[in-house]
Design a binder for this molecule. Structure first.
Ligand code: UDX
Length: 446
């Protein structure tokens, strides 16, 4: 019989994983300790914007019309322990307050709550991004706490999903990585992932530390790629080169690859920034800090981008920001998401506001989260409302809606037709032809 699955934690990762597993044909029980989330998910709704996720929930959540009924949600650990053969741990591992390390308190509390209730054979599978060494520690703790200790195993199965593509990345992963200590655990996970593997997803079996490291290594590489191209943007600006052309040209070399070479105001979000910092902190604890000193530079190039955008804005309005009207297009850390965690766009908007500018922000999906995080900024309901009377327009998150704006129409609403493209996603010719002064990061001024 197919194993019954539980998914603990229903944020981006957990909600998507639970729905995707139901789509693959499994009976799934999702747990969250926040009753409002469970209530919302049980109605087939998600507390965030993620394309395709509500449709998937609608197909499977028990009680919804026409749904398979394979997916339910609960707040009860007893129910989860009783129900599941495989328990996926999908809770958040944020950056610790005021330091680089990773806050493991949510993962730890899952283990403390679940393990004492495990009275029958089960596989606990960690998916959260954790410092290397956590799996071994949690494995020992589960064995200490679980009544059926002999029959309980742990595996580590990092998740590589991107916000905005979470459903696709979960149903059709680039690769499935499992850190296991027994053939039985490997067999169970092969059964769980049989469909994506049959459709071509590679299945990589490793030990615990390697599985944990694959995730942090992958994110460090991606962060390094973005900071590399942003460093090239700095040099291009100094030398009069064009970083967009440069990226295109080096990207044709498939050893380098064209993806993740978009220069701009840098990376943000709930993963890359905190993951590289937690990785440095963990390497320090292991006595391997020298191996990762380059990540400090990756981080500082990235943070420098935000400051640079503020400087360019100051120049654009004639040297003093006080009282200037600035329209900011984009608040989320990337398009197709409502996530504003560590968003470069909002950080730039906040800095400009602190320096006395009148900043008006518009974002297609991130307004509610942005308002909650930066209540002192002004917000508009559309791009055309945001730019009204602006001395300069900043394009800071590359939503498709902004690429489709009509520069001529917008030009009539602003005080000064001057735009800075912080994401290298707009067409300079189009804007210049419509009479705008157009400036982009790492590109020639005309
Ligand atoms: C990332 C990883 O891609 C994913 O595999 C992992 O599981 C979680 O972290 P995500 O945070 O959703 O996913 O965003 P991603 O698409 O990777 O973008 C991260 C940031 O880098 C964004 O702020 C984006 O704007 C920026 N970025 C990305 C660039 O500035 N330039 C690029 O070329 C690509």
């Amino acid at each position: 019989m197919a194993p019954k699955l539980t998914v603990i934690g229903t944020g981006y990762l957990g909600a998507t994983h639970a729905a995707a597993m139901a789509e693959l044909g499994f009976e799934v029980l999702g747990l969250d300790i926040v009753p409002e989330k469970v209530e919302l998910l049980s109605r087939g709704r998600v507390p965030m914007y993620e394309p395709g996720l509500e449709e998937l929930l609608g197909r499977h959540v028990a009680g919804l019309e026409g749904a398979s009924g394979r997916l339910r949600f609960t707040t009860s650990y007893e129910e989860v322990a009783e129900f599941g053969d495989v328990h996926f741990v999908c809770v958040n591992t944020p950056q610790k307050q005021g330091e680089y390390g990773c806050d493991m308190s949510y993962v730890d509390s899952v283990v403390e709550s679940l393990a004492p209730l495990l009275r029958r054979p089960a596989l606990v599978v960690g998916k959260s991004t954790v410092p290397v060494g956590s799996a071994a520690r949690l494995d020992a703790r589960i064995r200490e706490l679980a009544p059926a200790a002999e029959e309980i195993e742990l595996a580590w199965n990092p998740e590589f999903l991107r916000e905005g593509f979470a459903v696709r990345d979960t149903l059709h992963p680039d690769r499935i990585v499992v850190g296991v200590e027994s053939e039985r655990a490997e067999r169970t996970l092969r059964e769980v992932y049989a469909t994506p593997v049959s459709e071509g997803s590679p299945f990589v079996v490793t030990d615990f530390p390697t599985a944990e490291l694959v995730k942090t290594a992958a994110n460090s590489f991606l962060a390094t790629k973005v900071s590399f191209i942003n460093a090239m943007a700095e040099v291009c600006e100094a030398a009069g080169g064009d970083v967009v052309k440069l990226a295109e040209a080096i990207g044709h070399d498939d050893r380098i690859g064209a993806k993740f070479l978009r220069a701009g105001i840098g990376f943000g979000g709930g993963c890359l920034p905190k993951d590289i910092r937690a990785f440095m902190a963990r390497a320090g604890e292991l006595g391997a800090d020298q191996a990762l000193t380059f990540l400090r530079e990756v981080d500082s190039i990235n943070m420098r981008r935000r400051g640079h955008m503020v400087e360019l804005t100051r120049d654009a309005v004639g040297g003093a920001l006080l009282g200037k009207r600035i329209a900011v297009l984009g608040a989320t850390f990337k398009p197709d998401s409502d996530d504003v965690r560590d968003s470069p766009a909002l950080n730039v908007a906040g800095q400009l506001h602190l320096q006395g500018a009148q900043v008006t922000v518009y974002d297609p999906k991130g307004m509610e989260n942005a308002r909650a995080l930066f209540p002192t900024l002004s917000y508009a309901d559309s791009a055309s409302e945001a730019v009204r009377g602006a001395d300069v327009v900043l394009h800071l998150t590359e939503w498709r809606e902004f690429r489709e704006l009509d520069p001529t129409e917008l030009g009539e609403a602003v005080a000064v037709p001057h735009i800075l493209d912080g994401r290298n996603a707009l067409d300079p010719q189009l804007w210049r032809k419509a009479g705008w002064t157009f400036r982009a990061l790492g590109r020639p001024t005309a």
